[in-house]
Design a binder for this molecule. Structure first.
Ligand code: MG
Length: 158
């Protein structure tokens, strides 16, 4: 059986924070604000995987009111989700994601993000695809207020 799930997340930019996307720290003059490391891309992927598995959402598994997840490494949370799926005989067939961010340009970091995400999921890099686009100056992304991410996950039940 093939299962699919979607994920979406957004975070606001804030000064004095590192910009972490797909587990990679990307040089920029500001980062994203959040209870965890605010890795918007990894959060969207976590929601897509949980959605495909019918296991609710990221807030249910890793509540942002829980002090254990303050400053959490989202890649670690992604690994935890991968273990959860493996324990239910669900295999990750593919993950596709898009980061929507005005600046910085992510082209030079796509492969690094892909490898970091695939490593956390314990799948080959070819099963993970990361894309990036801008808001063309429109909306909260275009105004540089924050960044968003979309993801689709495809699982196979063994
Ligand atoms: Mg989030």
């Amino acid at each position: 059986m093939v299962l699919t799930g979607i994920g979406y997340d957004s975070h606001r930019f804030a000064a004095g924070r590192p910009l972490i996307l797909g587990g990679v720290e990307i040089p920029h003059d500001q980062g994203l604000a959040g209870h965890s490391d605010a890795d918007v891309l990894t959060h969207a992927i976590i929601d897509a995987l949980l959605g495909a598995a019918g296991l609710g959402d990221i807030g249910r598994h890793f509540p942002d009111t829980d002090p254990r997840y303050a400053g959490a490494d989202s890649l670690q949370l992604l690994s935890t989700v991968a273990e959860l799926l493996a324990g239910r005989d669900l295999r990750i067939a593919h993950v596709d994601a898009t980061v929507i961010i005005e600046r910085p340009r992510l082209a030079d970091h796509r492969d690094g993000m892909r490898e970091a995400l695939a490593g956390a999921l314990r799948v080959e890099a070819g099963r993970v695809n990361v894309k990036a686009t801008t808001g063309e100056g429109m909306g909260f992304v275009g105004r540089g207020e924050g960044a968003a991410a979309l993801a689709v996950a495809t699982l196979e039940r063994a």
